[in-house]
Design a protein. Structure first.
Length: 278
């Protein structure tokens, strides 16, 4: 089992550096559980990139659904991420249905169906980004902290989608809600062509404004964040600086925060939790 957790740590270190760095501020005895949770999230989130057709993706995601239902036995024990995750489920009494909800939410990634409205996008991010925050909070503080995780996760999720906008457009996926695009007279064909325009910029600016609204809600609730849960929420400290960068970026060439600065922002938030949602 030690090898399984070590595998998860290396996977997170390479594929989700922000959460890996944030987890370093967690107690050693709970850090492995965070690695297992985050590794699971990496595995299901990257299924879309690993397949060309929906069916193979459905099969992979169904495998994870079966694992969470306790139906894969030896197969699960042979998979380091699954083995570590199942141990964490038992140790920290995580609700398997919430993890299964993460899997189900990522099924939509396999298809080219657009998101109809902002409420639909917020629901999607609540069951993915916010749920991941809540589960990490439960590992650290034995409390899901849903009231904080929901707005913080939506804000974080919108930032992730904005950075993923160019790659999503290249494979004809729309995460910008249709009602937002219609308000700014943007056609899907414009986005899929990969050409910037003032209309596309205005639509993405509306998404950033929505992210800031949710970040403000999270900031109001962050005063009730238990100290033990702090490491789970440290990556939220990157939301506002990322939005500021995106304000000055081309939609198809979003400016990233330098790795050294991301690390510094996480460290600063760990020293001063009031800065997490600033």
């Amino acid at each position: 089992m030690r090898d399984a957790f070590a595998y998860c740590a290396e996977l997170v270190r390479g594929a989700d550096r922000d959460r890996y760095l944030a987890a370093l501020f967690a107690p050693a005895e709970r850090r492995q559980a965070l690695h297992a949770l985050y590794a699971f999230n990496i595995e299901i989130a990257r299924v879309r990139e690993a397949v060309r057709q929906p069916l193979p993706g459905e099969i992979r995601l169904q495998w994870w659904t079966d694992v969470l239902a306790g139906e894969r036995g030896d197969e699960a024990r042979a998979n380091p991420v699954a083995a570590a995750l199942l141990a964490v489920l038992e140790r920290h009494r995580l609700a398997s249905d919430k993890l299964a909800g993460l899997v189900d939410a990522h099924r939509a990634d396999l298809y080219e169906e657009p998101i109809r409205g902002m409420r639909d996008l917020e629901t999607h991010l609540t069951t993915t980004s916010s749920a991941l925050l809540a589960l990490a909070g439960q590992i650290l503080a034995d409390d899901e902290l849903v009231h904080i995780a929901e707005p913080a996760g939506i804000a974080s999720g919108i930032v992730a989608l904005l950075y993923g906008f160019p790659s999503h457009a290249s494979r004809h996926q729309l995460y910008v809600p249709i009602d937002v695009l219609e308000r700014h007279h943007v056609q899907g064909a414009e986005i899929f062509a990969g050409q910037s325009s003032t209309r596309i910029a205005a639509a993405l600016a509306e998404l950033r404004a929505t992210a800031r609204q949710h970040l403000a809600r999270a900031r109001e609730r962050m005063i009730r964040l238990p100290a033990a849960a702090l490491p789970a929420f440290l990556p939220v400290s990157l939301v506002r600086p990322s939005l500021d960068r995106l304000d000055r970026s081309d939609a198809f060439k979003p400016a990233e925060i330098a790795p050294w600065r991301r690390q510094w922002l996480i460290w600063r938030a760990a020293r001063n939790p009031a800065r997490i949602a600033r």
